[in-house]
Structures are given as structure tokens and as C-alpha cells.
Design a protein around this ligand. Structure first.
Ligand code: ACO
Length: 378
């Protein structure tokens, strides 16, 4: 049987290349489901670790199953000396996403990731937050702290970064933010992880590639841009409306607004908006939440919202939430990676379970028949 005619779709927009049972994004309702369960409901009632279990196993865990899963993570949270040295000795101005990517990759070099895809995945989930927190301390000249068995992923991260047991509510808030980033269909980084897995390469390689893809400003990055915009407004002599007006005038996009799929609203942003408002009431300094409301009101007045389908997205609020928890601005994208690790690892397993090598084609549009010129004649 001859191959079907090639289909040309640059960027693969709207092309279905895999079946998934992991997350469903309905831009019309709008709604995000993890394994059929509403992510907004999970954000309210569940935890990041419970959601990771759900994504991996297809059903919510019993209490015993969750305890066992948590124990498997606890066993793996520490870094071997080899990996700790890579992170601790990174230059203090190293880009945190580069450090995270290198740390995840290096765990395999030091043989601390186990044999099976599941062991590899547990290792990433457990060690990525430790590596990031370790770098956060090292670049401030502070000693590395070992993870604690009595704290979950979010609380452990805040403890290892800040050196003190986090406020319970702050740990819950970070947990919710990680949960809301756990999976989101076949975005660029998830696709990257599945392409790597489709060659039957290992989970660590797939996750290293995914982190590299998320680093690009067209994918991760808007949460950091939002916070930088707010800091810039605060330092400038402009009010919020004239600052945003100038951005639009210059043809710039306002970070934290717009989404390829969600045109009415991003369900993740709804949850984080409430949290952003809550933390703003207890955080000293400028009223970041109030400023975001002003940005939104201005875009609404300008009829950009709804008419252009650019309502607030998840990144609009996650930045101010992380900032209020004392997480450095250049850690915002790595936090996204930490949360998304649950989905990446589940997607990689799904690819292994029903694998076909991903091998699209490119159309050759270059010259033909070019003669070879010997090097000394060029
Ligand atoms: N600010 C101002 N105008 C915008 C914005 C924005 N943030 N987003 C889109 N628009 C305008 C566009 O200029 C365009 O206007 P035009 O019709 O006059 O040319 C119109 O809205 C439609 O824009 P598209 O590019 O078609 O929207 P698309 O769905 O392709 O883009 C995207 C989505 C990339 C997220 C875009 O909205 C954007 O760049 N947003 C800012 C960055 C951001 O917040 N990214 C995070 C997304 S969520 C995530 O990745 C986790």
C-alpha cells in the first residue's frame, strides 16, 4: 500500500498526533480536566501529589496508596553529592532553568534514577524541587538543606529554599499552583517529551528536553514578564492605564493575557485570581493584585478583552502569588517546570504504552545540483 499524500501544516497547528487520557482542555466551556476530573475542583479539594498520582494511575488514590506514593517520593528527594555539586557550584548568575535542566540530566549520570520509567519519573518529581531550592540557597551563599520527610513537595521546597518551615497556608497555596500547572494537553514541551519518548529513549532524557522547550519565551516565561511589568510600573512615574496604553501603542502584548485555546477565561486563572487577592491582603508593599485589576479594567475598557479574546491567563496571577511567597522572579518558570513534571512523566508513559516513532517530514525548498567546490578554490 502506498503512503498517503503528505499533509502540509507548518507548526502542526490543530493536527492531532496522539490520543491521550490525561488532560482535556475545553476552550468553549471553558474547562480543564485531569483524567476526567475538573482541575478547579481538584485545586480546591486535592493536592499536587494526589493529582500526580491521578495522572499516573488513572484514578485517585486511597489514603494508603497516597501514603505509599509520598513515601516513594520522600526516599528520593535528596540529591547525591555529584548532583548537589553541579547545582551548588553553578555560577550565581546562571539561569535557573539551565540549572534545573542540568540537574535533572545529571541525576542519571550519577545513577540515582532507578531502572524503570516509573522509578525515573519518581526521581524527577522528587529531586527537581530539591535541586532548584539548593541552587536558590547556594547563589545566596547559604548552606544546602536536606529535604524533610514530614513535608510534602510544596512545603519541602519552601523550607529548603527559605530555611524555615513555611506558613501552612503558603505551602497550600504553592501546592495549588503546582497542581494547576500539572498537565495541559500537547503543548510544545509535552510534545517534545513525547517525541523523545517515541524513540524509546528514557524518561530523564525526555524530561530534560521538555525543560529545554519550556524555557523558550513563547511557552513558559509570561509569569515572570507579568511580575517584571508590575515592578516596572511601580518604579515608573506612570499610572497603570498609561503604562498599558503605551505598551499597546508600541505594539507590545500585555503579558498574562490571551490564550490560544481559552478565549473567555482560563479556568486556572480563576483559581489563582482568588489566591492572588488573598495573599495581597497579607503581603506588605505595593498592591500587586490591585494593579492587575487595573490592567484588566483598562483592557476591558479598550474592548481588547472578549472582542480579541484575550482574557487573563494562568500566568497573570501565578507571578504575584509566587512573589508573595518569597520565590525569586527568575524561579517562576522553573516552578512551572516543577508542577508540569507530573504531566510530562505521565505523557511519556502514555507514549511508551502506545508508541509510534514521531517522524514528520520537512519539504526541501533549498537549491539542487550545487557542485562541490574544493576548499582551496572557495
Ligand atoms: N496583549 C495585547 N494584545 C493581544 C494579546 C496581549 N497579551 N494577546 C493577543 N493580542 C491581540 C493580538 O495582537 C491580535 O490582535 P490583532 O487581531 O489586532 O492582530 C489578537 O489579540 C489575537 O491574537 P493572536 O496572536 O491571534 O492570539 P493567539 O491565540 O495566537 O496568542 C498568546 C495567544 C500567544 C498567548 C498571546 O495572547 C500572547 O502573546 N499573550 C501574552 C503572553 C502570555 O501571556 N503568554 C502566556 C500564555 S498561557 C501559557 O502559555 C501558560
Amino acid at each position: 500500500m502506498s503512503d498517503p499524500e503528505p499533509v502540509r501544516r507548518i507548526g502542526l497547528d490543530n493536527v492531532i498526533v496522539a490520543d491521550t487520557e490525561l488532560s482535556e482542555i475545553d476552550g468553549e466551556k471553558p474547562e480543564l480536566l485531569y483524567r476526567g476530573v475538573d482541575a478547579q475542583e481538584l485545586a480546591e479539594k486535592s493536592s499536587y501529589e494526589e493529582t500526580a498520582y491521578l495522572l499516573w494511575n488513572g484514578e485517585l488514590p486511597t489514603r494508603d496508596e497516597l501514603d505509599e506514593f509520598r513515601a516513594e517520593l520522600d526516599e528520593r528527594r535528596g540529591l547525591s553529592r555529584g548532583v548537589a555539586e553541579v547545582v551548588e557550584h553553578a555560577p550565581e548568575d546562571a539561569v535557573p532553568m539551565d540549572v534545573l535542566r542540568s540537574a535533572v540530566s545529571t541525576t542519571q549520570v550519577y545513577g540515582e534514577v532507578g531502572e524503570t520509567p516509573r522509578e525515573n519519573a519518581l526521581s524527577v518529581l522528587a529531586k527537581a524541587p530539591t535541586a532548584l531550592a539548593t541552587f536558590g540557597r547556594a547563589r545566596r551563599g547559604e548552606e544546602t538543606l536536606e529535604p524533610r520527610d514530614d513535608l510534602d513537595t510544596a512545603a519541602n521546597f519552601l523550607y529548603m529554599l527559605n530555611g524555615e518551615e513555611p506558613d501552612e497556608r503558603h505551602a497550600e497555596i504553592l501546592d495549588t499552583a503546582l497542581l494547576l500547572h500539572a498537565d495541559h494537553g500537547l503543548n510544545a514541551s509535552t510534545f517534545t517529551s513525547r517525541v523523545i519518548a517515541s524513540t524509546e529513549s528514557d524518561v530523564i532524557s525526555a524530561l530534560t528536553g521538555a525543560i529545554g522547550a519550556l524555557k523558550g519565551p513563547l511557552h513558559g516565561g509570561a509569569n515572570q514578564d507579568v511580575m517584571e511589568m508590575l515592578l516596572d510600573i511601580d518604579e515608573s512615574d506612570k499610572d497603570v492605564s498609561s503604562y498599558v496604553a503605551d505598551m499597546l501603542e508600541n505594539g507590545e502584548r500585555v503579558p498574562g493575557f490571551g490564550h490560544r485555546v481559552y478565549k473567555e477565561f482560563d479556568p486556572r486563572a480563576e483559581v489563582l485570581k482568588e489566591i492572588a487577592e488573598e495573599v495581597s491582603e497579607t503581603t506588605e508593599g505595593p498592591d500587586w493584585y490591585g494593579m492587575l485589576e487595573e490592567v484588566e479594567a483598562y483592557l476591558r475598557e479598550e474592548k481588547r478583552i472578549h472582542e480579541k479574546g484575550i482574557s487573563p491567563n494562568v500566568d497573570l496571577y501565578s507571578g504575584t502569588v509566587y512573589y508573595s511567597l518569597g520565590i525569586p522572579i527568575d524561579f517562576f518558570v522553573p516552578m512551572f517546570a516543577v508542577g508540569r513534571s507530573a504531566g510530562w512523566t505521565a505523557q511519556v508513559q502514555e507514549q511508551y504504552d502506545n508508541n509510534r516513532l514521531v517522524r514528520p517530514r520537512a519539504e526541501y525548498v533549498g537549491e539542487r545540483g550545487v557542485e562541490y567546490t574544493p576548499i582551496d578554490e572557495r
